[in-house]
Design a protein around this ligand. Sequence first.
Ligand SMILES: C[S@@+](CC[C@H](N)C(=O)[O-])C[C@H]1O[C@@H](n2cnc3c(N)ncnc32)[C@H](O)[C@@H]1O
Length: 205
Amino acid sequence: MTRIGSPDAYYRRAKSQGYVARSVFKLQEMDRRYGLLRPGQAVLDLGCHPGSWLQYASQRVGPSGRLVGVDLQLPGVGLPPGASFIQADLLGLTPAEVQAQTGIKAFDLVLSDVAPRTTGVKDRDCAASLELSQAALDMALALLKPGGTFLAKVFFGPGVEDLIRQVKGAFKLGKGHKPEASRSASKEIYILGKGRKPAPPGASL
Ligand SMILES: C[S@@+](CC[C@H](N)C(=O)[O-])C[C@H]1O[C@@H](n2cnc3c(N)ncnc32)[C@H](O)[C@@H]1O
């Protein structure tokens, strides 16, 4: 088992390939498995600092794609081509603000790798993670095109089953997944929603 914080093979591979964080391999694995990213997509990346998901997504969406990263902290690398950045707290950011600041009305893919600063108190960390993942889902439901995809990290704990139920209701496919690059000591899982169902009549931002 790899200790959290110790450099491992994924960390060294990320450095040697020019990625700013090892978490890139979680996205790469889930992209290969679930077909998340395609050329020309508009992608919203919540919790994007230091920026490895933006680096990877930029290569996958290509020059015709658009990327928007959101985080409390500025990216740790230069923004890749086609990317813009909003420095904000996800818990206070509205879908209308994202649209106004980017000029993008709807996204093909909403990613969230947002993680709270952990305290070591399991219940508190899980509750904070759940609140952030719920905010990511709410953002995705407001901004995804019909047919769009949602992928979000959450620390497994009370309330996660309900989050998965919400995703199953709003998407044609909803499921949880633990990528291989996720440290075995970590309590994180990723929730995937594929095929956003059309919003019910009368729903608005
Ligand atoms: C695990 S890192 C993301 C790594 C990123 N996917 C990458 O590949 O470089 C989690 C990020 O969530 C951000 N975060 C935590 N709480 C947040 C909040 N309330 N609003 C926005 N970002 C937040 C942190 O600042 C941190 O950069």
